[in-house]
Design a protein. Structure first.
Lengths: 252, 253, 358
């Protein structure tokens, strides 16, 4: 654990278990703490419960056992609006995230829902779009953007809320190498806590000093990303495979 | 299909009609159509006058006649119905070019054709001069329940996404040598539709998650508002009011 | 003339997107009031069911229905049918959201594509949204109640519900035309043709609805009303062992609605179905009688069966045959709507009540 003990961690998950209404249980007691300013990769095979865990972080899924606190605030009905402002989730498919007719309206959605209006709203929207380099596209419909551009706008829609923790679900999926690098540059430049759910292990290594493995609904490993990726036995046990020819040690 | 490019009827241009606030246009078209529908069918000249009115609007909006006429094709199924009327409707008969036709049938056909065509033409003019987003804002401004407007705007936002998915599924089917030719193939088509439904519904759930993640609690935040000045209202109202005048003449003459 | 082929197909099975001027003003207005009422009630109902999820879910389902209505089902050379979607929407997302989806699709088709007249919007929503959804949902719920609680029953129920909903909509449209049609076409023939053709479409609608519902039950059973209530207790994985976890929150109450309400629903469904078919057979007689009374058409008269109770009822004590025929139509449509809507109010109320007290 690298979190400084003096500050409240950005995220604290304890004993979290959850089953879907159809009876399928996805989480079996997850414990995870992410300190302020940390960038953590959440790794795991398909069906490990990663998405389920993410949906607990801002109280979309509730009603199981255990709990989540964000910057000391318990996730629950009482602080839901505050929690959802603090936890910025960027979903995997930007088409899901960009549901408004234009980029500008989409980025404005969050702050407007929080009550911002007029010039103030315009200013925060412009600033968020600048942070991801998309300010020229403000009046375009999301449909007209490339996938990489849509992903960046999706990040902006969340950044505009000034979140405590940024949760990215497969940020590098479907991106061409240039877009992938551009996004990495943007993420590295941000001064927020990041939890990155990914199958892209080189990307995890590039961006996140720390990694955890979620497998069969529990945290199965937690440590330095380079060390975890180098542990062949651990990786194989959790169906994690590095790309052909990629040696973690050679990068760090 | 121009995937996602505004919508299929919209024609980008700068004209006094394009620049009118959407809700005034919606109200004007609705008013116009109501007037047209309540005009007695015997006042044939009135319908000619309505058509002339629409032609003026089209000219002001810089909509070419060809574009407008092509869009009127949507009415074809009912035109066919109307064409049948003179043959099947009982009543006093007349002979035109050696064919025995029913007089009430002819009137009925005329009535449906004239009113239907004018209605479609007015709607086409509205749709071709108003952007989708503006139409939705206009509907909201006209006090359509906000939830209904929200549903409509999601339908519009994701209509192309889902239609694209459907097309990709069709390409996938055809790539594997499947071509739907008859009733035998309904099973396969229906299964595609089923899969499409699940995808759509699950996307709806994901969109909802994305929305609540950004603070949505059931009402859309106000980002843009449309307003109309008195002059704009008056300008828009000139269409239905002129039509009303014609209609009144049609009733009295 | 190749380009005309789609239209030829459309001509036969293209569903009733009624244009302006087809149905007279009073009936259009009445249908508009019915449609507005149904939409208003559905808005409340949907909000109660889906809460803040209403807009995205209904919007996506509406987009789906919009897309799938473009999916052509080839019938025979040159002709094809397509899904109306009312039954499907009703079964999967419930009657409230179902009505909303169809209503929005029709609204957008009217405004964006000029498909269906603006003044006929009420007629279109009443016929294709309200009647289809209400009939389909009533039948579906009723059948799911009496059949054993299996997936096969859910698919069978959706088949029947969709099958009946389409000719029911056709009959409702014909009824509206009988009351408020701007031209007196021989309604018997129209009705026979409409119901006949739409029964055929109904089969297609039923097959695709059934298969769709089947696919959804297999993947997301929680989405279909009839297949809910299969939850296991939560487990914790402690040192690789599964142990029971103490439930943190009570699971949502619901599925235990009192059986007699559903029996009531089934009776409603049967009455509804019976009424629709009954009206479908009774109405042409009444309307042909109109033609006969006016001395317009002699040859249809002898096959007009005067022994139909509704025809008798309709004619009794009312002078104008036209009015009587219209009245029969009004009774048909009105009763269908009233019984359907009333039943759902009661059922919903009861459900909401059991949920709040649970």
């Amino acid at each position: 654990m690298t979190a400084p003990s003096t500050t409240v961690p950005s995220l604290d998950v304890h004993g979290l278990a959850y089953a879907y209404p159809d009876g399928h249980q996805a989480l079996f007691g997850v414990d995870l703490t992410v300190g302020r300013g940390e960038r953590v990769a959440l790794l795991g095979p398909n069906g490990a419960g990663k998405t389920t865990l993410v949906l607990h972080l801002n109280g979309i899924l509730t009603g199981g056992a255990g709990g989540v606190t964000v910057a000391g605030l318990p996730v629950g009905k009482k602080h839901l609006a505050e929690i959802r402002r603090k936890v910025g989730i960027v979903f995997q498919d930007p088409d899901d995230q960009l549901f408004m007719p234009t980029v500008r309206e989409d980025v404005a959605f969050g702050p407007a829902a929080a009550g911002l209006r007029g010039a103030e709203l315009d200013a925060v929207v412009r600033r968020a779009l600048e942070r991801v380099g998309m300010e020229e596209y403000a009046d375009r419909p999301p449909h007209h953007l490339s996938f990489g551009q849509r992903r960046r706008v999706a990040v902006a829609t969340v950044l505009v809320m000034e979140p405590e923790i940024l949760v990215l679900d497969e940020p590098s999926s479907n991106l061409d190498p240039a877009s992938r690098r551009e996004l990495a540059d943007i993420l590295r430049a941000l001064d927020v806590t990041v939890l990155m759910v990914t199958h892209d292990l080189p990307y995890a290594l590039e961006l996140c000093p720390r990694a955890v493995i979620l497998s069969e609904g529990v945290i199965a490993a937690d440590g330095r990303t380079g060390e975890i990726l180098a542990d062949e036995e651990l990786m194989a046990r959790h169906r994690l495979e590095l790309p052909f020819g990629f040696v973690p040690g050679s990068v760090v | 299909m121009g995937a996602g490019h505004a919508h299929k009827l919209y024609r980008h241009a700068h004209s006094p009609v394009h620049e009118l606030p959407p809700h005034t246009k919606l109200a004007a078209v609705l008013g116009f159509v109501v007037v047209v529908v309540s005009t007695p069918r015997e006042a044939v000249w009135a319908f000619a006058a309505y058509a002339a009115l629409l032609a003026v609007v089209a000219a002001k909006a810089r909509i070419p006649a060809g574009f407008l006429l092509k869009r009127l094709l949507i009415e074809v199924p009912f035109v066919a119905f109307a064409v049948l009327m003179p043959f099947v409707v009982p009543g006093e008969r007349t002979t035109v070019l050696g064919v025995s036709l029913s007089v009430p049938g002819l009137w009925g056909a005329w009535n449906v054709l004239a009113k239907g065509t004018l209605g479609v033409a007015a709607s086409v003019l509205l749709a071709s001069t108003t952007e989708l987003r503006a139409l939705l804002l206009g509907l909201q401004r006209l006090k359509l329940p906000p939830l209904l407007v929200q549903i409509a705007s999601f339908m519009i936002r994701y209509g192309d996404v889902i239609t694209d998915e459907m097309r990709r599924m069709s390409v996938a089917r055809r790539s594997r040598g499947f071509e739907a030719r008859g009733v035998r193939h309904w099973g396969v088509l229906a299964k595609s539709a089923g899969a499409l439904f699940i995808r759509s519904y699950e996307r709806g759930e994901r969109v909802h998650l994305a929305m609540v993640s950004r603070g949505y609690t059931g009402t859309m935040p106000v980002i843009d508002e449309v307003t109309a000045t008195r002059a704009q209202w008056a300008y828009a109202a000139s269409l239905p009011l002129t039509a009303l005048l014609i209609s009144l003449l049609g009733w009295t003459l | 003339m190749r380009s005309c082929k789609p239209f030829a197909g459309a001509l036969i099975i293209r569903d009733v997107h009624v244009p302006d001027g087809f149905i007279n003003a009073p009936v259009s207005v009445a249908a508009g009031v019915v449609a507005a009422g149904a939409v208003a009630v559905s808005l409340r109902g949907a909000r109660r069911e889906l809460d803040e999820r209403t807009a995205p879910l209904a919007g996506l389902v509406a987009a789906f229905i919009f897309a799938v209505q473009m999916l052509n089902f080839p019938v025979a050379a040159g002709t094809s049918g397509h899904l109306l979607g009312g039954a499907l929407a009703a079964i999967l997302v419930g009657p409230w959201t179902g009505v909303l989806c169809i209503a929005v699709v029709l609204l957008m088709q009217g405004i964006l594509f000029a498909d269906g007249g603006l003044t006929a919007l009420g007629v279109n929503i009443s016929v294709m949204g309200v009647v289809t959804v209400v009939v389909a949902y009533a039948l579906f719920r009723g059948l799911v109640l009496v059949l054993p609680r299996t997936r096969a029953s859910v698919t069978a129920a959706s088949f029947v519900a969709a099958l009946v909903s389409v000719p029911a909509a056709a009959a409702a449209f014909t009824a509206l035309y009988a009351i408020g049609g701007t031209t007196h076409v021989p309604v018997a023939k129209v009705l026979t043709a409409m119901v006949g053709v739409h029964t055929l479409i109904g089969i297609g609608e039923a097959v695709i609805t059934m298969l769709t519902v089947g696919a959804v039950v297999a993947v997301r059973p929680d989405l279909v009303y009839g297949a809910r209530g299969l939850t296991a207790p939560l487990k914790l994985r402690v040192d690789g062992e599964l142990v029971d976890a103490a439930p943190a929150a009570a699971p949502a109450a619901g599925s235990g609605s009192p059986k007699k309400v559903w029996i009531g629903g089934l009776v409603t469904a049967l009455v509804l179905a019976g009424f629709v078919s009954f009206y479908a057979s009774a109405s042409p007689d009444g309307l042909e009688k109109v033609a006969a009374d006016k001395g317009i058409d002699a040859k249809v008269e002898d096959h007009a069966a005067a022994d139909s109770p509704l025809a008798d009822y309709g004619v009794k004590g009312i002078e104008t045959a036209r009015l009587s025929g219209g009245l029969a139509g009004a009774i048909g449509v009105g009763a269908t709507l009233a019984v359907g809507t009333g039943a759902f109010w009661v059922v919903r109320r009861r459900r909401a009540h059991t949920e709040t007290t649970a």
